[in-house]
Design a protein around this ligand. Sequence first.
Ligand SMILES: Nc1nc2c(c(=O)[nH]1)N[C@H]1C(S)=C(S)[C@@H](COP(=O)(O)OP(=O)(O)OC[C@H]3O[C@@H](n4cnc5c(N)ncnc54)[C@H](O)[C@@H]3O)O[C@H]1N2
Ligand code: MOO
Length: 422
Amino acid sequence: MRITVEEHLRWILERVEPLPIGELPLSLALGRTLAEEVCARHSLPLWDNSAMDGYAVRAADLATASADAPVRLAVRGEVLAGSAADPAIPSGSAVRIMTGAPLPAQADAVVPVEQTRGDREGRPWAEESVQVLAAVPVGANVRRRGEDTAAGAVLATAGAMLTAGRAAALAAAGVAGVRVHASPRVVVIATGSELRAPGETLARGQIPESNSLLIAGLLRELGIETERVDHTSDDPSALAEELRMLAGTCDAVITTGGVGPGTHDVVRIALEREPGVRAVRVAVRPGQPQCVGRLRPAATGAPGAFIFALPGNPVSAAASFELFVRPALLAMQGRRDVHRLRLTARASRDWRGAPDRLQVLPVVISNDDAVPGALVCTPAVNPRGVSHAVGGHGAANGYALVEVERGDVRAGEPVTVVVMSP
Ligand SMILES: Nc1nc2c(c(=O)[nH]1)N[C@H]1C(S)=C(S)[C@@H](COP(=O)(O)OP(=O)(O)OC[C@H]3O[C@@H](n4cnc5c(N)ncnc54)[C@H](O)[C@@H]3O)O[C@H]1N2
Ligand code: MOO
């Protein structure tokens, strides 16, 4: 029996428990998922300030100013960014002010230095009196207190990732540390006696091991550093023992290979006695055979680390990671939205669909030169033989997701895509 991709993902997500929560300074929390709502501790900007290098003025003084009839103002000092000064600005005067400096209380606008004439030959800035060449409205070039964010406003919600932009917003709003979920401790295991280290001399039947690099790399793209990469023998009972040890010491184990129906499919055999793990066939191409669930730690027997036993074919492993492992690891970190944005791209050519299965086809997605704002996608591998095509997959920057009932795709038709990397 085959289950759908949605059913399989639902089964996984129902069993994911969020990782513990701790407080970290913002710099260490980057990329983590927030465990609480975070509000601005003060308004942004903190006070009215200048948007330009120029002169703080009273707008009413300059009502008649023009290039032909400049208005002369007495210069009464200077405020720089970081200055606490609040110089008086009586009518008919101005204060030199730099970008970001607090606006003196008696000023209501800023004139950029480019709209003024200095009082020294060859120097833009005036010492004693400045000629202003244009009128300005009240509020011109002034950034108002709180116009970006009010004090107390919600800047980030629980379940959101602390992106660079959010971290900067929180820091600017006076927040130093946040409560975030732990990052999962993940161990990657490659199985298969035919596998050799990249670059090693290969005998007939042997191939370079590439899946552990693929999985560790995909984890890093998710912000997770792999704890350890192991290579196992073909002994199911030794692997079962190793998995029971890992069940109590890490949060997720990702294996590749050995889940098929073959006589030596070590992972499937090692997992047969794990009550919390199920082996299924999913209606997807590639990535059909999957074993997933919670392992039992040797010590307690309570549900422990998640295991994702992915098929060994490299593109099957990559597509399985995208469809099942990535959302699960995000959910583990408390992420509210675990799904990628789904976009629409135009197929650049015809390709054969995968009858009765979701087709997950590695594609190159690019801007459509013919239609501004639109995307186009081109298969990165031959759609007739995807699961082993590790070479072509390397050039893909996303997947086309062709719905189960859709059948073949024709050039020019819209297709759903997810973008993995630029
Ligand atoms: N009789 C059947 N045979 C197969 C079926 C089936 O239903 N009935 N399913 C096929 C599908 S679909 C897949 S996917 C694979 C799943 O196989 P395994 O998970 O057991 O994977 P392996 O046999 O161990 O390896 C498959 C392939 O991938 C290469 N491989 C494995 N690990 C690595 C690695 N770390 N780095 C690079 N390459 C790796 C391995 O050498 C094999 O070529 O089964 C089909 N067969
Ligand atoms: O389902 Mo397998 O992963 O297609 O080659």
